[in-house]
Write a protein that binds this ligand. Structure first.
Ligand SMILES: CC(C)(COP(=O)(O)OP(=O)(O)OC[C@H]1O[C@@H](n2cnc3c(N)ncnc32)[C@H](O)[C@@H]1OP(=O)(O)O)[C@@H](O)C(=O)NCCC(=O)NCCS
Length: 157
């Protein structure tokens, strides 16, 4: 199937909010979830993510099918890594509607993200993924992404 890319609009924001909330909550490690109140967590995340979801920081693109149905979205922007002097393009969020998964929509969105990054002069694109998110990790590996740094953690008591 042929997919189309378009900039997200205000009318896409409810879909983006719902999806990004689900993704970040799913990615919270189990040993942290136990001590978290989901409403408080979502409130704090909403504050952090607001500028990305509204498109004030970075770009938001939607993939749609020929009938104009929303299949998924990607949020991109610039990152200045702590350990490198060079700014890179960064994938802040990628999501595909459950009923449209495993049909190459995320691959399409990533390819478009790379095109956007190159067009804006970036020489590298990065992203972060939760270790247990096997599906996303397989997606990125298939698209040519490789781990660079490993974020390690130890629960204290
Ligand atoms: C991860 C996600 C974006 C993948 O979207 P998608 O459109 O289904 O992915 P694609 O169809 O482009 O998959 C391309 C390849 O990635 C791998 N892949 C994707 N989803 C996978 C899964 N659930 N399990 C294993 N491999 C998977 C496969 O190699 C797949 O190729 P194949 O279908 O020919 O085997 C989607 O599952 C999603 O929205 N998940 C919830 C949000 C999320 O976790 N986002 C990532 C945050 S870092």
């Amino acid at each position: 199937m042929a997919y189309r890319l378009r900039p997200a609009t205000k009318s896409d924001e409810p879909t983006i909010w719902k999806a990004t909330m689900e993704t970040v909550w799913a990615d919270v490690p189990e040993n942290e979830k136990a001590g978290l109140d989901r409403r408080a967590f979502e409130g704090a995340f909403r504050e952090y993510a607001d500028e990305f979801v509204r498109g004030d920081r970075g770009e938001r693109f939607v993939a749609e099918d020929e009938a104009g149905r929303v299949l998924g979205y990607i949020i991109l922007g610039e990152l200045r890594p702590f350990f490198s002097p060079q700014a890179v393009a960064f994938v802040y969020d990628i999501w595909v509607a459950p009923e449209h998964r495993r049909r190459g929509v995320a691959q399409f969105l990533l390819a478009e993200a790379e095109r956007w990054a190159k067009a804006h002069g970036y020489r590298k694109i990065k992203l972060e993924v939760a270790e247990p998110n096997r599906g996303a990790r397989d997606l990125y590996a298939k698209a040519g992404y490789a781990p660079e740094r490993v974020y390690m953690a130890k629960a204290l008591g």
